[in-house]
Write a new protein. Sequence first.
Length: 335
Amino acid sequence: MPALRLTLSFSRTYHRGVRFPRKLLWLGRALFLCVLCMGGVGLLRAQDPEDSLADQITAELEAGRLDAALDKAHSAVEQYPKASHLQQLLGVVLFKKGLNEDARTAFRHALELDPSVPQNYFDLALVDLAEKRYPDAAQRLETYLRLDPMNAQAHLLLGRAYHNQNQTAPAIEQFKKALALNSNLPLAHYHLGFAYQSTGNLPSALEQYELEMRINPAFPNAHWLAGNIELEQGKLPQAEKLFQEAVGLNPRAYQPHYGLARTYAEQKQFPQAEAEFTAALAAAPDNVEIHYALAHLYQQMGNKDAAAHEFAVCAKLHSRQEEPLSGIAGASLQP
């Protein structure tokens, strides 16, 4: 109650040097009691019902009770169908439950009820990104950033939407804007490095991956992508260290095992290379590139039968109809 605090402060300061007549003193006490009662009314006033419902839904969300949150959200929008923020909360719950189309409907309804709220555009963009609807996501984020241009995360997501449409230059611009607003934003250096790598600018890519590793040391992709660059440049000890770190962070991913296998093969450490190729294939058994590299390793080891077997696996896998790939190197690996 700012007004109450201001009254008390003024009363204490003024009374230090002034003696009031008794009547004025009683009048002052009466006025003080009036102010106190007026402040008490605000404390006793009931919370807005819509806000109370929103708080209940949020509490269920934060506790991880999604079913309870969904029940409360449905009940809330039935009671207050014109409340944009309740529709938005319903969309959040639906999105967290993986019900993307229902979430999209709720977010659109929230947007129709109040087009001035930036969060509604952001939420719709998240659904679009989850479903790889990158042009739609980009359009939503562009609108959002016109309303709230200082959101670093929105710039990062817009950059990802652009990059997944092979619009690398505008993607790089957005990643840089995100980092200008927040130089420690997780994944921003990684995505900027990824964009640089897709243009062949390996020194800049490596620099960004190293920055990401400092900020976000538990994120394995920056480690093995940096390892790929070091390996390509012939810096085998650096590459080996980076791949080993990535394996330690995510032993189930095939990429760090594959990179480590190639590093060992370059150093003629054939048993270690074979073990890592095998680990990579355990995670990605239909990866033609790994089977081919293992076949070449067996040739170097003089194991003709094993090499022939791996080449036969390559031929069989090649004969299958493959899905068209994105033009962005490693696009499927982005978080």
